[in-house]
Ligand binder design. Sequence first.
Ligand SMILES: C[S@@+](CC[C@H](N)C(=O)[O-])C[C@H]1O[C@@H](n2cnc3c(N)ncnc32)[C@H](O)[C@@H]1O
Length: 218
Amino acid sequence: MDDKFTTLTPRLYAYLLTHNPPRDAVLTDLAAETAALGGWGIMQVAHEQGAFLTLLAKLVGARRIVEVGTFTGYSAICLARGLAPDGRLLCCDMSEEWTAIARRYFARAGLVDRIELRIAPALETLRALPATPDIDLVFIDADKPNYRHYYEALLPRLRPGGLFVFDNVLWMGAVADPANQEESTAAIRALNDHLVADERVDTVMLPVADGVTLARKR
Ligand SMILES: C[S@@+](CC[C@H](N)C(=O)[O-])C[C@H]1O[C@@H](n2cnc3c(N)ncnc32)[C@H](O)[C@@H]1O
């Protein structure tokens, strides 16, 4: 086996964090408030992942971004901060309660005019979007069994050269454990198998946080 990887010990992870853009007060406070929700807090993207999302949005020159799974808004703020000056972010979530926190932090970040939040099952929201391929970037971080449906709904709406970012593709390692046949694990495994063979996209799977796959539309 190729061993060109570095095991991320707590000490090394702390080092990594000090060599990422520091969180500002808005993201620091949002991370703290989300952590105070208890176990749900783990759903928030990691610090370095947020910086990665901002950079990806800048790299693709994103004017139109769709996020599926907003929760308390951390990834949305990171994505919106990478938008082009006239760009907009559409956020999809079902929870009024969690996105009420997101709305407060969008306001604090001065992003209210750039972000639209739609509260509904995401598949309904996505299927109601215009069929024109004008989306530059998609971030998918919601219910795992629907990832494939989100992908198929959004691929025709993504411009050629546009980018999908899928979160949790390693699912805390469960994808590589054949004994784990839980619904979300099986769904992510099937998506991973599908994406790497899908000739409509170029892909890379990366060990960022809980695993991130980038898929660029051909
Ligand atoms: C992992 S969290 C998103 C974390 C967020 N990206 C962040 O960085 O804080 C998943 C979110 O997906 C939402 N969700 C789950 N199933 C959904 C569905 N079918 N439609 C819309 N949102 C859904 C949940 O309400 C939750 O807020």
